[in-house]
Design a protein around this ligand. Sequence first.
Ligand SMILES: [Zn+2]
Length: 477
Amino acid sequence: MSLKVYNTATRSLDTFEPLENGRATVYACGPTIYNHAHIGNFRTFLFFDLVHRYLEWSGYDVRFVMNLTDVDDKVIEAADAARTSISDHTGPFGEIFLDDCRTLGVRPVDRYPRATHYIGPMVDFIERLVARGHAYAADDGAVYFSIASFPTYGRLKGIDTSTLMAGARVEQDEYEKEDARDFALWKPATEMDERVGAAWDSPWGRGRPGWHLECSVMSTAELGETLDMHLGGEDLIFPHHENEIAQSEGATGKPFVRHWMHVKHLFVEGRKMSKSLGNFIRVRELLEEGYDPAAIRHLLISSHYRGDLNFTRAGLEGSRAAVQRLLDFETRLAGVTVDAMAEASELPGLAEEARAAFRVAMDADFNSADALAAVFRFVSGVNAALDRRDAVRPADRDSALDALRSMDQVLGLLEVARAARSVDDDLAAWVEQKIEERAAARADRDFATADAIRQELAARNIVLEDGSGGTRWKVVS
Ligand SMILES: [Zn+2]
């Protein structure tokens, strides 16, 4: 058995073959931290997490790097609109992003490089490209990559570049496929760049790196010149990844990426997410609406990453029920009556079958939909077996529990559900303590303190009800 991945570059299912046996280097294009990440971004980030977890589960020694873009056109405009600097603007959004990742069970990766920490290596990289004839300084103070110097330019996206005008230039970080032209590696500083702290000294004067360059430089610095896997959303294929290939291979003369993988965009309530439709949903909002992070995670991984996924609140309800089913199953299994003398049960066979089906699904280009189906078939099979028995052997119970927990190391659903519920336990303990303090204050006729405590609780949506049996509390939205 071997892992097969759909490679955007070859347009086929390829066997995953890392450069070094047993090791896997993965680079994923992370968020531009100028705003809150939305649910569509998180489909992509949860897929990254699935790849990360599954490679580790399969025994690879994984080195996983995801960048945080903290300087590009969007960051600069957002920082300027907020009348602040890029570092002050991106700092909090970076923290919020990592916080949302934690809540949704995205495992920390090895490194989260930020572009502004790599300006020196970026300048060196551009000098290398100039020296090798792939880049030139223009009289506008910018340095451009010459796509005419790189004959395979356009191959990732599958565009014919023969009709392109050599020497025509594009300066923006993002542009349409029709705009394939020499793109900026280094841009001269504008007044706005200087205002927001997005300008550095270079051999070509004050300026800043182009967005595409950032990923080529950080991936090489962190993982070496050839990466086993490079992941991103499908919108990054062109121009971002096309440009990364040109830059990296232009500078090193070596193949840049062995496997390119791209995640399809999400639909929300049946429509593409767009500013004009106003259907951007942020993970933060869903959590504040009280949705279980495990349900969000389940919905976002419930469909294969290259297939369509329609995100709806009704779907979230279904996912909530699915997660609850897993939790109930684990509870039932852990609490089942065991008896060493019980007759042998179907559990070990079901466990083995489930693990095998799970692996087959994940090996088939990370098919999480089929992997989830294998898990829920297992749940049904074991539940039916338990219905027929008064007791099972301890080893049988353990084989089933081990299989469930092992598959969850990849899916992360029980893990996230438990974490979300233990936060609730912490909250409950805190509330109980506040209620005790308030009762003590009231007993001392210190009503000011008692009121202050009530208000402190109200600020966290907790309402107290004093009754004959004592004080009860509840969370209100
Ligand atoms: Zn990137």
